[in-house]
Design a protein around this ligand. Sequence first.
Ligand code: 6R9
Length: 653
Amino acid sequence: MTEHAAPTTVGQFSASNDAESVFYYPPAALVENSNVLAYAREKGFADVEAMRQWSIEHYQDFWADMATRMVDWYVPFSKVLDDSKAPFYQWFNDGKINIVHNALDRHVKTWRKNKLALIWESEKGDNKTYSYWQLFKRVNKFANVLKSMGVKKGDTVTIYLPRVPEIVIAMLACAKIGAMHSVVYGGFSVEALHTRIQDAQSRVVITSDGGYMNGKVVELKKITDDAIKHSPVVEIVIVVKRTGHEVEMQQGRDLWYEELMALPIASTKCETEQLDAEHPLYMLYTSGTTGAPKGLVHTHGGYQVGVATTLHFNLDIKEEDVYWCAADPGWVTGHSYIVYGPLMLGATQVMYEGAPTFPFPNRWWNIVERYGVTVLYTAPTAIRGLMRFGEAWPNRHDLGSLRLLGSVGEPINPEAWRWYHRVIGRNNCPIMDTWWQTETGSMMITPNPTTPLKPGSGTRASFGIDADVVNDQGEHASDDEDGLLIIRNPWPSMLRTIYNNPDRYIEQYWSRIPGVYTAGDSARKDEDGYFWVIGRIDDVIKVSGYRLGTAEVESALVSHPSVAEAAAIGLPHEVKGNAIHTFVILKNGYEANQDLEDALIAHVGKVMGPIARPEAVQFVPSLPKTRSGKIMRRVLKARALGLPEGDLSTLEQ
Ligand code: 6R9
């Protein structure tokens, strides 16, 4: 099979309509004009596949070339990879750079100064736009505000904001002065925010009076107040006015963003810090196997090279595109492909504040039509959610501007893939199903615009990425055999460590099979070498694309006075992908009834955030445990699904 486009644009359906035997070919014109084909030709490769293979075999050469082409350096690097402290790999580490220089500073010196960087639409329907120049100035102003509060290189600022332009401004302002940001997704609540502020030891927290979602106000300020009740480390809370409803401002601690931005100190001039390539850019907390969420650390140099490269090659972003990544900036997808990636490429992007179905299920399609969106990047859960409302909603709109679609966050089921392709892409837009993780920083297994596609498969490893499926012994798995998804070589945008916990970094990612990165997913490869990601093999549940740990849900349940013990598992859900189901042992004196079930669901929602609300609470007299006392969630799951319970030799009888 070659990577060249076949003349047809629509897949040829086999009689069985089996997803694995059907190829969908990208339109020839799209292939011909793709960024990736231009690069392959320039480098003299016969086709993109030959270039891809070269990029994996010679990954250091490939990444050195990307680091030179895609971004600018204050001081060029002389060494590509330093593996002397592996698995604490360092990339381009004698170079000096700042991601904000590449996202903003360099553009305002060119004609792009007046190009639209950001078109923001509120849930109510009004919009705000920012040219590169306007965004540059806002970021400078806010960077000066942060500096005036003593925020400096090496500090961590926690950002807890809704989907508003200020989240982009705040993140860039931190990066500009060499401070790390730690963004907490607005769907998380008190306890989640509290633990993240504590772990990061943030003196400064940035939030807003509230955010709009589905026409309702999410009380972010109130949640912040509760979260920092027991966080003496917090000295300053900066509050962005979004909803305008009344909030309590604590004197001496809480300050309005708008008032600070109006002070003389908030000058529009601010030098960007020239940082070492390995200087930390941000940490982002994510759930892993049992235990507290971990702060994954990304750095300035390698991260931007990985993000800019993948956005250029895989989503094929061009100067004239109107790009829309419909994710939340608080998710890694938003960090890489809303905040940093598109700005580095000098693109114009759309950001939408609210719910896809507000006020009607055509909201997204309306946005695509009105702004002429050309590339749309979203999650399977959103596709499935909108699919439920039927084709009539998208069919009311002219979606002809779209040329490329993307998917991220969880496996996309072939049915949703085909709907996305046919109804939204009008059989004319290839879908880039991108597999990656908070840990990886950028896309790892993904098609590019020249790849023949199979619905539900991320196809092959991206450029410079040596991914494989192996068995428990680390041996290459045969075709169609389920195994562990691993990455053999380091890559520039990889996480560098777990904040404050380097041992856990080694143990979690580099120990299961020595010397290679274990992703925590199971997968298989088919006879065409295409990857099919099956799902997590640890105690992580992907709910609507968001990553939650069973341990966090369980500890939220146990914090309720009625609960003695709790277990959480993920079960398949038509729209969310997975939904959380919980099992609870009550303390003596509490009665299992519907009211208590409702109260427990609400309690988890309050403590953890609405995305963590369990679908159901089942009251049980006992939980299956190993002799060492570990809850056997896989047994609970098998029972719930009516499947064989598997090896029970360690089950306590
Ligand atoms: C970007 C992001 C990572 C986990 C990952 C896997 C799942 C993400 C996927 C996918 C199948 C895809 N995942 N993309 N599974 N196909 N295209 O999602 O980061 O929130 O850290 O989650 O998401 O299980 O291990 P994160």
